[in-house]
Design a protein around this ligand. Structure first.
Ligand code: SAH
Length: 409
């Protein structure tokens, strides 16, 4: 799942039954979203391959499809021999799903339920052998559908049952965002022969405040990807994904301009059942692009970097308390040996050349330009300016995922 942000449903904090925001399911009544997902070949093919390669395993098995949409995953399961498939879809798409199931002659084995999985009741003591779901959102966790999958697993999956997918991993890597920069920043410097560069500050400010959904090429990555979190779908609990905090030490593989951090995820179909074949769906810049593209967090300032430079970052994702479909994300640059304490061995500003110090200095220089007159007044004002510069740097990287911006290069 996970598309663009149609109808602004992710910004709707109105709560309906079971804690699902009011317009969340309504957004999935738009067929174009399902078309987008079905046409996403790496996505849909990864699931199809999982079922086809494990056809002997599925014979006589009972499957639960959480968030069936048009029913494609249920049909994959039934067509390789599953004895019974429970397809649960909370949006009105469940009506079309029923028609599609009937039209393909699977109504005897695929039973469609029109309700949130949290309201599903199956015949007493029914346990399923396989729970399949395409629950992943931008940067893996957006939309928080994983919460529903965990609920369904705990209620309906047999103790030796398998999850498909069975593992999910979120990555980040620093990027120079060269393509984005030339199409959305450099572009303004020559528009039909005119200089439009006065719009650049407002363009860049906008993208610094919101994560950008954009295709990043592998050539735009400045270092190899780092794992932020790895989720075992069989054992993960809600608290594991409500707040994630991961310190990452990153060594640059090449020189360039650091403009942001790209994030993406992989999911694996590799249950601990030796009779089941493994598979991978990767949304990495090194793999064929999917509708998820990559989610990019743009830095408040550009930082020139050299090959071998080391930066240390603290990546934090926390589920928003007022709207659980949203995550608040921050990527903070730390000193390499920082243990996240507030103590800072470096003066502010500092000329040591460390990436974090260069960023602070750059932000302060910008601040200085804007506040030259104030700065001249007194030392005390300088201290305030310095404090403010650091605060601005940290807070501008704290991005509400509700503000996702989808960009075509
Ligand atoms: N399985 C389909 C659709 C995936 S999109 C496919 O692969 O093409 C995710 C779907 O899950 C949406 O249709 C959404 O309405 C549904 N969904 C999300 N949370 C749900 C919940 N708690 N209960 C039932 N359906 C849910």
């Amino acid at each position: 799942m996970d598309k663009v942000d149609p109808a602004g449903y992710m910004t709707d904090t109105g709560t309906a039954v079971n804690g699902h925001p009011k317009n969340y399911f309504a957004s999935y009544e738009d067929l174009s979203i399902h078309e987008l997902m079905l046409k996403d070949f790496p996505r849909t093919q990864a699931y199809k391959k999982f079922f086809e390669e494990n056809a002997p395993y599925f014979k006589d098995k009972v499957v639960l499809d959480v968030g069936a949409g048009t029913g494609v995953l249920s049909l994959f399961a039934a067509s390789v021999g599953a004895k019974k498939v429970y397809a649960v879809e909370a949006s009105k798409m469940s009506e079309l799903c029923k028609e599609i199931v009937n039209c393909n002659g699977f109504e005897d084995r695929v039973e469609v339920f029109s309700c949130p999985v949290e309201e599903l009741s199956l015949p007493e003591n029914t346990k399923v052998d396989v729970l399949v779901s395409e629950w992943m959102g931008f940067y893996l966790l957006h939309e928080a559908m994983l919460d529903s999958v965990i609920y369904a697993r705990d209620k309906f999956l047999a103790s030796d049952g398998i999850m498909a997918p069975s593992k999910a991993t979120l990555y980040v890597a620093p990027t120079d965002m060269d393509l984005y920069h030339s199409s959305h920043v450099e572009f303004w410097k020559n528009v039909y022969g005119f200089d439009f560069s006065s719009v650049i500050p407002s363009v860049t400010q906008k993208f610094q405040k919101e994560p950008v959904i954009s295709e990043i090429q592998s050539t735009e990555l400045l270092a190899s990807a780092q794992k932020v979190v790895e989720v075992d779908l069989k054992t993960v609990v809600l608290t594991d994904v409500q707040k994630i905090s991961q310190k990452l030490d990153i060594k640059m593989d090449k020189s360039g301009i650091l403009r942001g951090f790209a994030s993406w995820f992989d999911v694996e179909f590799s249950p601990l059942d030796s009779s089941v074949t493994c598979g991978l769906l990767s949304t990495s810049p090194n793999s064929p692009q999917t509708h998820w593209k990559q989610t990019v967090f743009v830095l408040p300032e550009e930082i020139p970097i050299d090959t071998g430079d080391e930066i240390s970052t603290l990546v934090e994702l926390s589920q928003d308390e007022s709207n659980k479909r949203h995550y608040n994300i921050s990527i903070e640059l730390l000193d390499v040996d920082d243990d996240y304490s507030d103590e800072d061995d470096h003066p502010v500003p500092c000329d040591c050349g460390a990436a974090r110090c260069r960023l602070i200095k750059k932000v302060m220089d910008t601040y200085d330009e804007e506040h030259r007159e104030l700065e001249a007044e007194a030392d005390s004002v300088n201290v305030e300016a310095e404090t403010e510069a650091v605060r601005v740097m940290d807070s501008e990287m704290s991005l509400e995922s509700s503000d996702l911006e989808v960009i075509d290069q």
